[in-house]
Design a protein around this ligand. Structure first.
Ligand code: HEC
Length: 448
């Protein structure tokens, strides 16, 4: 994805923050949509197979309804399925600019797979409609030639339909697995040891997050079907009581069984996060998600066992908000993990801006003096004062001057044993001079 990296310009710190918000909004659209498309297609596929086995028309009707209601239409598929993915790729290309991190190329691969998967799923949707038309056609009075044509087209459509739904599901499954892998590695951005593509896919962290997504996909599908049948499309659908009970039974069970494991999986995934990524806000959003999930379980219970259908909008929105909280939780962690890199990027931007403004040209900076005045009060090389002794913290910056400059320009919290370092307010050129000075002094003093 080098060509993307070349397109990206250095960003200001504010712009990077904005990118995080856009990313979150786009994920709000993408994740729920792709979840119900996958879950809905899967349901449709299984019930069509059941129909083929038993010939029970209720199964066929349910298979048709799920695919048609949950994929909405192909424009929505494009807008909510494909456009967000492109946006996510572009945002990560900017957030991880100048790194060799595989997130962007993995996301691009998942984009190809998911797009192809969606196309097959919409082909399935269309062929399903055709099959129903075929089913309704009377061929008794037609002559032999027409009959022959008819049977041939009929079997072709059936085959197309079967093949496309299978391919669509497989592509979406693999595509979303890779997508989860890419987002997970971004969460662990500063701690992820670069491993091979497959090692990443099969790592515990990625597998757990993928399982969470699969559970969300099936339970959200159940919840959405309940919402559509009992509330949103209640008047349009005009279903018989028997069919309604059938739909409620299946949807409630999906909603119930698949949302039960989610809290446990969330706790497991938090358990796997490294300490530096565990922020209070992240815990808060995980807790909110878990509470909302339990609340929605409660609503499913009222609906399924007590037949209190008026709770269905509450169920839908509580569940949706649980999913959104999970997305926020992950994005806060991504924000934390890339904080450091973001500072490096925005430092680059500040430097270019300063050069454009003509700052720092012509005047020579006395780094040693600057250091004494601006840093000396809190730092010594061999002794800790307010801040840590340089000998203790500089080793990790050897050969990484850009990171040191970034830290000095914009200190982030590092060691819990110390208070946070206040921003010393240096100009870009000054920060660079001080960083250089520090590293040179460090090498000199260390030699002694
Ligand atoms: C008001 C006190 C104060 C001033 C002034 C100050 N620092 Fe610090 N510095 C700290 C503290 C406290 C920490 C530890 C922060 C932490 O671990 O979160 C620190 C940490 C550091 C670190 C270690 C960062 C790391 O990754 O562990 C470096 C390098 C550093 N300061 C350089 C400087 C430089 C260069 C200046 C002058 C431009 C400066 N500091 C000015 C208080 C100060």
């Amino acid at each position: 994805m080098e060509f993307l990296d070349k397109l990206v310009l250095p960003q200001s710190a504010e712009h990077i923050q904005l990118l995080h918000y856009i990313l979150m909004l786009v994920l709000f659209l993408f994740i729920p949509f792709i979840s119900v498309v996958f879950g809905g297609t899967f349901l449709s596929y299984t019930f069509r197979k059941k129909f083929n086995k038993t010939g029970d028309k209720t199964f066929l009707r349910f298979a048709k309804d799920t695919i048609q209601l949950l994929t909405v239409n192909s424009y929505i598929g494009l807008i909510l399925g494909i456009v967000p993915l492109i946006t996510i790729i572009l945002i990560f290309a900017q957030l991880l600019h100048t790194t060799t991190f595989p997130t962007v190329s993995d996301l691009s691969l998942s984009f190809l797979l998911v797009s192809a998967g969606l196309i097959f799923i919409y082909v399935y949707r269309l062929s399903f409609a055709l099959k129903i038309v075929f089913d309704a056609v009377e061929t008794k009075s037609a002559d032999d030639f027409v009959k022959e044509e008819f049977t041939s087209y009929y079997s072709k459509t059936s085959k197309l339909s079967d093949n496309s739904v299978r391919l669509g599901l497989i592509l979406l499954f693999i595509g979303m697995w890779i997508f989860t892998g890419a987002l997970t590695t971004a969460v662990y951005f500063d701690a992820w040891k670069s491993s091979s593509f497959f090692a990443t896919l099969f790592s515990a962290k990625v597998l757990i997050n993928f399982l969470i997504w699969l559970c969300i996909s099936f339970s959200l599908t159940g919840v959405t079907l309940l919402f559509l049948f009992l509330f949103w499309k209640k008047n349009e659908l005009k279903v018989s009581e028997d069919y309604k009970d059938f739909v409620i039974g299946i949807s409630s069970r999906y909603a119930l069984y698949f949302s039960l494991p989610i809290p446990v999986l969330i706790l497991l995934s938090i358990n796997l996060l490294s300490d530096s990524l565990l922020s209070d806000t992240m815990f808060a959003y995980s807790a909110i998600a878990i509470i909302l999930l339990f609340l929605s379980l409660n609503f499913v219970y009222l609906l399924y066992y007590k037949k209190q259908y008026n709770y269905v909008p509450y169920l839908f929105f509580t569940f949706l908000f649980a999913v959104l909280s999970l997305i926020i939780k992950d994005q806060i962690t991504v924000n934390n993990a890339t904080k450091y890199h973001s500072v490096v990027l925005s430092t680059e931007y500040d430097k270019i801006l300063a050069e454009l403004k003509g700052e720092g040209k012509g005047e020579t900076i006395n780094a040693a003096e600057l250091y004494q005045v601006r840093c000396g009060a809190c730092h010594k090389f061999d002794q800790k004062l307010v801040g840590p002794a340089h000998f203790d913290v500089l080793p990790k910056y050897v050969g990484k001057e850009a990171q040191l400059v970034a830290f000095i320009r914009n200190p982030v919290k590092v060691d819990p044993a110390y208070p946070p370092m206040p921003n010393p307010g240096l100009k870009p050129a000054e920060a660079e001079a001080v960083a250089k000075y520090l590293l040179e002094e460090y090498q000199k003093l260390k030699g002694k």
